[in-house]
Design a protein around this ligand. Structure first.
Ligand SMILES: [Zn+2]
Length: 191
């Protein structure tokens, strides 16, 4: 039997909670990771269910960010929670997120990706970004992000455009990690 989940957002109060489910995270070299995701036209029950499942899947992984395409859904939906382990959960949903402005100042963070497990490397990106998005109520909001949130938003928005963080690395490093995952996929298929 499963224990009741901690409330992750007010969306928990909906009847969908009972149906929250883990979804499978697709990993390199799955070609779907290169798809450009479609905007969400209307926030339907399916979108809410997707968001809840994405949180469940992200917390289970565990990860700090997830794009819908990582669970095989080519929709422009991102979930993020960058709260530290000893802090209360802070689930954030970004629907149709767009970078409005990015700072000239850059920052380097070590990044990883649930779709490229156990591989980490430094990526340089704008240090601050302003992002426009919809919340689950369909309201347009803006956030001025810096630090980890800025990195995370850029990493996840890249996913919506079929871009992976390894695309920012040298060709040598990218080829090396891509080969490693191709081999692993072949091995798994042969078993
Ligand atoms: Zn990722």
């Amino acid at each position: 039997m499963r224990q009741a989940k901690r409330c992750i957002d007010r969306i928990c109060a909906t009847p969908y909670m009972a149906a929250m489910a883990l979804r499978e995270i697709i990993i390199l070299p799955d070609k779907r990771l290169r798809l450009v995701s479609e905007p969400v036209r209307k926030i339907t029950a399916d979108v809410r269910k997707l968001v809840e499942d994405m949180f469940e899947t992200m917390y289970d992984a565990p990860g700090v960010g997830l794009a819908a395409i990582q669970v095989g859904m080519p929709k422009r939906v991102v979930t993020i929670d960058i709260a530290k382990k000893d802090e209360p959960k802070n689930p954030q949903v970004f629907i149709n997120p767009e970078i409005v402005t990015a700072s000239d100042e850059k920052a380097i963070h070590e990044e990883g990706c649930l779709s490229i497990p156990e591989f980490y490397d430094d990526v340089e990106r704008p240090a601050q970004v302003k992002v426009k998005y919809l919340d689950l109520e369909g309201q347009t909001l803006e956030v001025d992000a810096d630090g980890l949130l800025a990195t995370c938003l850029q990493h996840e928005i890249d996913h919506l455009n079929g871009v992976l963080f390894i695309d920012y690395l040298s060709k040598l490093k990218r080829d090396r990690v891509t080969k490693k995952f191709l081999k692993a996929a072949k091995r798994a298929a042969a078993e």
